[in-house]
Design a protein around this ligand. Structure first.
Ligand SMILES: Nc1nc2c(ncn2[C@@H]2O[C@H](COP(=O)(O)OP(=O)(O)OP(=O)(O)O)[C@@H](O)[C@H]2O)c(=O)[nH]1
Ligand SMILES: [Mg+2]
Length: 427
């Protein structure tokens, strides 16, 4: 019998720089979040360091003196991994690596690493490999590849060592190939989703771990993976939700956002994030029990802006109310966020009210009309079929009576054509 020993976790030190842009409390929260990311990536946080400095040191980021202090701490405490909350430039990485003789990661690198180990579908794997290679390209120094070979573990998953060793030319070729593959995947999805134009679509967005998948499961009786981990979801899933008899919308769950989401990642997750761009309604899920939920809202709104989706109808869904200790937050939210609802996806609190809000939106989007069309104008009937769901047709001596349901936009189009065809009179 072989006894399986657990692989010891890599020990990490986390470092953040405070330049006055954020309060100390906020930076501590950023460090806590970085610790959660580190944990999700499978390493153990041993120290968290907050260094105050008016601006980053160009050579050592935190300054040479502080860096030397940390080098000692690393040596004395058997630390293998140094993680910075901000992105470092290649020079800083090179200098710090020389000093620490340890693997150095920044927040982007860590997030990319988590994405790489969570990616399951071909699409997600292609997207993440693309983002990793783009991240790696400017950082491809001799020291980096040397160290990654030497230490392995976190920060070296994904593209694999052989590719890291290869030169930029090969990486660039691989990047083009991945982009091509993504285009193919995207065009396949376009054909898949083209049948959905008759439905209203609502997409769950939110900070990672806010409870999007839990809410999706609650609303649509699904069984998607929901866990207390950052970036549990990396793909988009769409399910139908019946709001009332014959009134269905499509709900999509997708990847969560986080502050300083690497730009390459947003760009290469374009096809996954199309569910956000294509949505009629944005369901913005917020963890009300997180002390810093307002900062999370801002990050999500900024990311929505990057996706050109900030102007869509948005409902803010404040989740995890069951976990809320400071009950005064409830008043704060009701007063400051008028288009919002407070729920618990896990306990099922207030879910029916959420469904009613969605039903109201549905009614706003979808209208039912009944019109009479003279037989000589029969060609407009096929146009109505194209632009709506015909619910009922009755034939009379001189007219055809049609009852249809369609979106407000399509209804305007139908009305316009009916006026042009003189079936209706201009008002
Ligand atoms: N107490 C409480 N916990 C919740 C609630 N909703 C979700 N959770 C928990 O929060 C954690 C994250 O939930 P998920 O649904 O995976 O969150 P997500 O937004 O999909 O996260 P990612 O996909 O990782 O971005 C899980 O451990 C859930 O059990 C809630 O209403 N109350
Ligand atoms: Mg999820």
């Amino acid at each position: 019998m072989i006894e399986l020993k657990p692989i010891p976790k890599e020990r990490a030190i986390l470092i953040a720089l405070s330049t006055g842009e954020f309060t100390k409390g906020q930076i501590e929260e950023h460090l806590d979040e970085l610790e959660l990311l580190t944990d999700t990536a499978g390493a153990e946080t041993v120290f968290k360091v907050l260094q105050e400095k008016s601006k980053p040191d160009p050579a050592y980021f935190i300054g040479k003196g502080k860096a030397e202090e940390i080098a000692q701490l690393i040596e004395l405490n058997n630390i293998q991994l140094v993680i910075f909350d901000d992105d470092l430039n290649p020079t800083q990485v090179r200098n710090l690596e020389k000093l620490f003789e340890r693997k150095i990661l920044d927040r982007s690198g860590l997030i990319l690493d988590i994405f790489a180990s969570h990616a399951k579908t071909r699409e997600a794997k292609t997207q993440i490999e693309l983002a990793q290679l783009q991240y790696l390209l400017p950082r491809l120094t001799r020291a980096w590849t040397h160290l990654s070979k030497q230490y392995g573990g976190i920060g070296t998953k994904g593209p694999g060592e052989t590719q890291i060793e290869t030169d930029r030319r090969i990486i660039r070729a691989r990047i083009s190939k991945l982009k091509e593959n993504l285009k193919k995947i995207e065009s396949q999805q376009l054909t898949k989703s083209s049948g959905r134009k008759d439905f209203i679509t609502a997409t769950l967005v939110g900070y990672t771990n806010a409870g999007k998948s839990t809410l999706m499961n609650r609303l649509t009786n699904s069984d998607l993976l929901a866990e207390d981990k950052l970036f549990a979801t990396l793909d988009s899933t769409t399910r139908a939700l019946t709001l009332a008899k014959g009134k269905n919308i499509l709900v999509s769950d997708t990847v969560g956002f986080i502050r300083k989401l690497p730009h390459h990642l947003v760009a290469s997750f374009k096809s996954t994030l199309n569910v956000v761009k294509d949505a009629d309604i944005i369901l913005h899920v917020i963890d009300i029990s997180n002390e810093y939920f307002e900062e999370h809202i801002k990050v999500v709104d900024d990311t929505l802006e990057e996706l050109n989706s900030q102007k869509k109808t948005q409902i803010k869904i404040f989740n995890k109310v069951d976990n809320l200790k400071d009950k005064s937050k409830i008043d704060f939210v009701t007063q400051n966020f008028p288009e919002s609802i407070i729920i618990s996806a896990e306990r099922g609190i207030n879910i029916n009210n959420l469904k009613n809000i969605l039903l109201n939106l549905y009614e706003k989007y979808f209208v039912e009309e009944e019109i009479f069309i003279p037989h000589e104008k029969s060609k407009v009937i096929s146009m109505i079929h194209e632009l709506s769901d015909v619910i009922q047709i009755k034939y009379h001596d001189e007219t055809t009576q049609i009852k249809y349901r369609t979106s407000a936009v399509n209804n305007n189009l139908i009305k316009k054509i009916l006026i042009e065809e003189k079936v209706l009179e201009q008002k």
